[in-house]
Design a protein. Structure first.
Lengths: 264, 179
């Protein structure tokens, strides 16, 4: 038997096998790469679709530069844009700014525990207190309860019931977060805090027409740009208050007063 | 090919269950966040870990990654890689929750499309449950890293990393293998 022929045959068979395996490996690599590429394309398409649907959906979520603002509310170019002074602004005193969403349960609890201290600081002139409203929680629930509540507050500010309306909404947060308040309920709050006569007519119209919803949108947008992400968010002279300041009303008062006058 | 390509039956079915659970969780979480960009961005900001400028990118990029991993897992494609990446994502979530917990914040973790302020009561319980849940996902992912072969998956080429003499690494369908 010719041994060299056998060897050659075996070598050729081995080469053929190796070539087949190489071709197979290439085929597998191509299939794997294709499946991978297909998945990436699907994800990119999904992201694009989601992006498009968000853009085309929420048009009224865009801030409007010439939105109507209630009396005395800080304009857009103020460092405390869209904020509401709790009382007359005092100079040379620490500035306590408070971001709140009317629907936020934590804000309701904060108000219940700290409102007297905060108002005392404001009324005694020891500090300048600025409420900054936001309606960011509306994206968590159906309806636009936060936005409408803020807008109604704007109407109440015009009617001279700034503090009272702010208080009454927080005192009447619904049992279930997200239920919010109807416009009728908000109007009833206005009556309860003493808006009457012609002022009441104006107030009703203001609430029903949503006159100050633009203010709410703008303020919420300002909140997002400053990186505030949860409420209540308290700042003194622009610095976020540490959690230790919220251990007690005394702690809060001390933290505010210790901050001293804002640096100019 | 005389050696059987079939992995141990119970192992494969357990792996299949883990794979599909992780796939569902990732797809649900990813899609929920993709279609609610504002809330997703809010949730990223709530952790107060990343700079504000990165929030938008992460609010899109993270859910996109989740969807990609979810699709790979649901198909049974590149299971070991997808599982490894999933484990990393879950560990990142756990790290995020721990970081807000020790700093004393109270947030909705935003993992499933929520995000924002929540009342401080019960936050310890909530954080604990969220960490336990994500830890379970990590363990499932680790299982799949070790035993990536499962049932109900698309036929695909043998992954390049596998050792051809390791029975458990051989792809289950055997469609592209020569017999």
């Amino acid at each position: 038997m010719a041994r060299p022929d056998d060897n050659r045959a075996r070598r050729r068979a081995a080469e053929a096998r190796a070539a087949a395996e190489a071709a197979e490996k290439r085929r597998r690599r191509i299939i794997n790469a294709s499946i991978g590429a297909l998945l990436v394309v699907v994800v990119v398409a999904l992201v694009g679709g989601a992006w498009w649907s968000t853009k085309s959906g929420k048009t009224d979520g865009q801030p409007s530069p010439d939105a109507a603002l209630p009396q005395g509310v800080m304009p857009a170019n103020d460092p405390y844009a869209y904020g509401v002074d709790a009382t007359k602004a005092v100079a040379g005193k620490p500035v306590l700014s408070i971001w709140e969403d009317f629907q936020c349960p934590a804000c309701g609890k904060f108000e219940a525990a700290y409102a007297p201290t905060v108002m005392e600081l404001a009324k005694s002139g020891a500090a300048r207190v600025i409420w900054r409203p936001t309606s960011f929680l509306d994206s968590n629930f159906p309806g636009e309860n936060s936005k409408r509540a803020v807008a109604a507050w704007g109407c109440a500010i015009d009617a001279g019931k700034k503090d009272e309306f702010h208080q009454i909404v927080f005192a009447n947060q619904p049992q279930v977060e997200g239920q919010g308040w109807s416009n009728d309920q908000l109007i009833a709050f206005g009556q309860q805090v003493g808006i009457k006569g012609d002022q009441l007519v104006n107030f009703q119209q203001c609430v029903s027409s949503g006159k100050y919803t633009g203010w709410s949108v703008n303020s919420t947008d300002a909140m997002r740009s400053t990186g505030v992400s949860s409420t209540p968010a308290l700042y003194v002279n622009g610095q976020e208050l540490p959690d230790s300041a919220l251990k007690s009303p005394e702690a809060l008062k001390k933290a505010v007063l210790d901050a001293g006058a804002p640096k100019q | 090919m005389s050696r059987s390509n079939q992995p141990h039956a119970v192992t494969a079915w357990i792996g299949t269950a883990f794979r599909l659970v992780l796939a569902f969780v990732l797809l649900y979480a990813g899609v929920a966040k993709l279609f609610d960009f504002e809330t997703s961005r809010q949730a990223v900001l709530a952790y107060r870990v990343l700079p504000v400028s990165m929030a938008s990118g992460v609010a899109i990029g993270l859910p996109a990654l989740e969807v990609l991993l979810g699709l790979a897992l649901v198909l049974g494609f590149a299971v070991r890689w997808a599982a490894a990446a999933t484990a990393v994502v879950m560990l990142a979530f756990i790290a995020g929750i721990v970081s807000v917990w020790v700093r004393g914040y109270s947030i909705d973790c935003g993992c499933f499309g929520g995000g924002g302020s929540v009342s401080p009561e019960g936050k310890d319980v909530r954080y604990t449950l969220e960490i336990l849940r994500d830890t379970a996902f990590v363990l499932m992912a680790v299982w799949l890293i070790v035993r990536p072969v499962t049932r109900l998956a698309i036929p695909t080429a043998r992954p390049a990393y596998s050792d051809p003499t390791d029975v458990d690494d051989q792809d289950q369908q055997g469609v592209l293998d020569h017999g």
